[in-house]
Structure formats: structure tokens, C-alpha cells
Design a protein around this ligand. Structure first.
Ligand code: GDP
Ligand code: MG
Length: 163
């Protein structure tokens, strides 16, 4: 399980939609007492002969409001430790939020390859809106629609270069 792609980001940006699109099979979640472990889904994917594990984070454990941000932060820190590549998903329809900025700060300090994935680009009229995400300071942005799958091939072509 050497090639690991973790999808991180705040709630509702479309992480699970992308995860479901990428994964063919789902491993059973290990019954663990750790909320963090239970709050991650592991699946397998393949692109151009590269096999890899995809990790979807967040959204499985009910969190009270006050532990919510801390839980997201913890998922990002674990992703930085265990992933080969991190997909940092943001939402073009909302733009950059405070939580996005906070996650970006953590990721900028990491030594891992980080792909800024701007999701919900369902039509090209939203392309202009996507440029604001360059200001996260994480380099190139990749515009996709998890719902239609557009842009995901171009993203994966770049991701597998890091394996
Ligand atoms: P998560 O909380 O980050 O895992 O986000 P989800 O995958 O659960 O998606 C949150 C909401 O955004 C759902 O209503 C999805 O149907 C919607 N969504 C996800 N991807 C897209 C997309 O590419 N375009 C649009 N318009 N909606 C999307
Ligand atoms: Mg989710």
C-alpha cells in the first residue's frame, strides 16, 4: 500500500463524491476506538496502470461544533504523515473560506505534494472564479467536477507522476 492519495478539505466541498468516483472497491473500515480512524474511508483505485489507495476523510463521525475544526485539522495532519499525495479540495461556488485558509497553512508547511483541486466546475463559465485559489499559495490548481468527472483525468495524470 505504498501509493496513497488522501482527499482533505472542509465539509461539503465534494470529497466523498470524488472518492466514490475514483474507488472501485471499498475496504471494510477497521473497527477501531479512534474517532480519527473511523472517520476515514479507504478504497482502491487505478489510473494508467498505477494502483493506489484513496483515503476519504471526514463526515463519518458526528462531531459537535466545537471539535469540528480540530477534527478536520487532525485529518490533515494525518494525511501529511501517511499520504504520498494530498488532494486539497475546495469549492468554486463558495470561494476561499477561513477554514480553507487554515488547512492551506498546514499544507504549505508539509513536504508532501499537494494538489489544489477546485471542485464543482460544472461549466466553463466558472473558470474565471477558480483563479482566486492560486492565492492559497500551493501552486497549480486543478479544476474538476466530481459530479460529471470532468477534469479528473487531467488531475490523475499529474498525481500518478508522484508514485
Ligand atoms: P464532502 O463533505 O466534502 O465529502 O462532500 P460530498 O461529496 O458529500 O458533497 C457535498 C455536496 O456537494 C453534495 O450535495 C454533492 O452532490 C455536491 N457536489 C459534489 N461534487 C460536485 C460537483 O462537482 N458539482 C456540483 N454542482 N455539486 C457537487
Ligand atoms: Mg464526505
Amino acid at each position: 500500500m505504498s501509493n496513497i492519495v488522501a482527499i482533505v478539505g472542509r465539509p461539503n466541498v465534494g470529497k466523498s463524491t470524488l472518492y466514490n468516483r475514483l474507488t472501485e472497491t471499498r475496504k471494510a473500515i477497521v473497527d477501531d476506538f479512534s474517532g480519527v480512524t473511523r472517520d476515514r474511508h479507504y478504497g482502491v483505485s487505478e489510473w494508467t496502470d498505477h494502483k493506489f489507495t484513496v483515503i476519504d476523510t471526514g463526515g463519518y463521525v458526528a462531531n459537535s461544533e466545537d471539535v469540528f475544526e480540530a477534527a478536520i485539522r487532525e485529518q490533515v495532519i494525518i494525511a501529511i504523515e501517511e499520504a504520498s499525495v494530498i488532494l486539497f479540495m475546495v469549492d468554486v461556488t463558495t470561494g476561499i473560506t477561513d477554514l480553507d485558509d487554515e488547512i492551506a497553512t498546514l499544507l504549505r508547511r508539509s513536504q508532501k505534494p499537494v494538489f489544489v483541486v477546485v471542485n464543482k466546475l460544472d461549466n466553463n463559465s466558472q473558470l474565471a472564479d477558480s483563479t482566486e485559489f492560486y492565492s492559497l499559495g500551493l501552486g497549480e490548481i486543478y479544476t474538476i467536477s466530481s459530479m460529471t468527472g470532468s477534469g479528473t483525468g487531467e488531475l490523475l495524470d499529474e498525481v500518478v507522476k508522484h508514485f
